[in-house]
Design a protein around this ligand. Structure first.
Ligand SMILES: Nc1ncnc2c1ncn2[C@@H]1O[C@H](COP(=O)(O)OP(=O)(O)O)[C@@H](O)[C@H]1O
Ligand SMILES: [Mg+2]
Length: 258
């Protein structure tokens, strides 16, 4: 953890809520996935959501974006109850960026064509569009890659591109669904740095989920642990690691962060 800690701002504005899930229950067919879940995401924090495969992490992202309606409960964004608000209105009104676990880019287009495509949707004025793309290319060090088709980029480069595409709309809330999956250690470190830098330079709230703890706990301010439809622990990385229930139901006895 010490390696990347220097990139972290130590005091985020932790008490102003940007997204609140209130008493949420979700069923698929008759199977209950989430049970009376309450979760607050604060402004400018990096929140980690941990839990085994199939526990409901992507479902929580889908609830926030509007891809899935809850069976019970409310979704409040910026103080507005938007449980019934359609996806497109939520994305534009509240500026949500989503980086899905798989895909998210057009494989037969080059890196720059993917960026242009998204920017043409969000930014009307040509000059502003160009400024935004230039900034992103330099921020993500994409200069040598612009003409490469997305399908020929490495796993880490693809992930960086999808994150960059999600940033074009200047999101206030960025949701990253298992961004570290299937990547090597150096690429994971690079993505962790990108996430930590976003918090200080772009002033956005970032929610990262993963089924593996170590990579995620290295770059979040706060984490929640999900098990059997419920949040069983919540707190700083050190707090959740030492939580008894989280140890029993998720981490096991052997887990440590180093
Ligand atoms: N469209 C769907 N129809 C039926 N079951 C689903 C659907 N989407 C997700 N599920 C189930 O809901 C549970 C939670 O899924 P998900 O949120 O994708 O888990 P996670 O992202 O934590 O791995 C899983 O058991 C999954 O099988
Ligand atoms: Mg998932």
């Amino acid at each position: 953890m010490a390696l990347i800690k220097k990139f972290r701002i130590t005091s985020y504005k932790g008490d102003e809520t940007i997204v609140e899930l209130k008493n949420i229950s979700v069923f698929f067919n008759k199977r209950q996935i989430l049970e009376n879940l309450n979760l607050k995401i604060n402004k400018q924090e990096i929140l980690g959501m941990l839990g085994p495969n199939g526990v409901g992490k992507s479902t929580i992202f889908n609830l926030i974006t509007g891809l899935k309606d809850p069976n019970y409960g409310e979704i409040i964004i910026n103080g507005v109850n938007c449980t019934k608000l359609p996806i497109n209105e939520r994305f534009t009104k509240f500026k949500i960026g989503l980086v899905p676990q798989y895909g998210g880019l057009i494989y037969d287009l080059t890196l720059i064509e993917n960026l242009n495509l998204v920017s043409e949707i969000h930014i009307k004025e040509k000059e502003l569009r160009k400024q935004k793309i230039d900034k992103i290319i330099s921020q993500f060090e994409f200069e040598p890659l612009t003409k490469i088709k997305a399908k020929n980029l490495s796993g880490g480069q693809k992930k960086k591109l999808v994150i960059a595409m999600a940033l074009i709309n200047d999101p206030k809330i960025l949701l990253l669904d298992e961004p570290f999956a299937a990547l090597d250690i150096l690429t994971i470190k690079m993505l962790q740095e990108i996430i930590l830098n976003l918090q200080s330079t772009e002033e956005i709230s970032v929610v990262v989920c993963d089924h593996q703890a170590r990579d995620l706990l290295n770059c979040v301010d706060r984490a929640i642990i999900l098990s059997n439809g419920k949040i069983i622990a919540s707190g700083s990385p050190n707090e959740v690691i030492s939580d008894k229930t989280a140890k029993n139901q998720y981490f096991g006895d052997e887990f440590n962060i180093n």
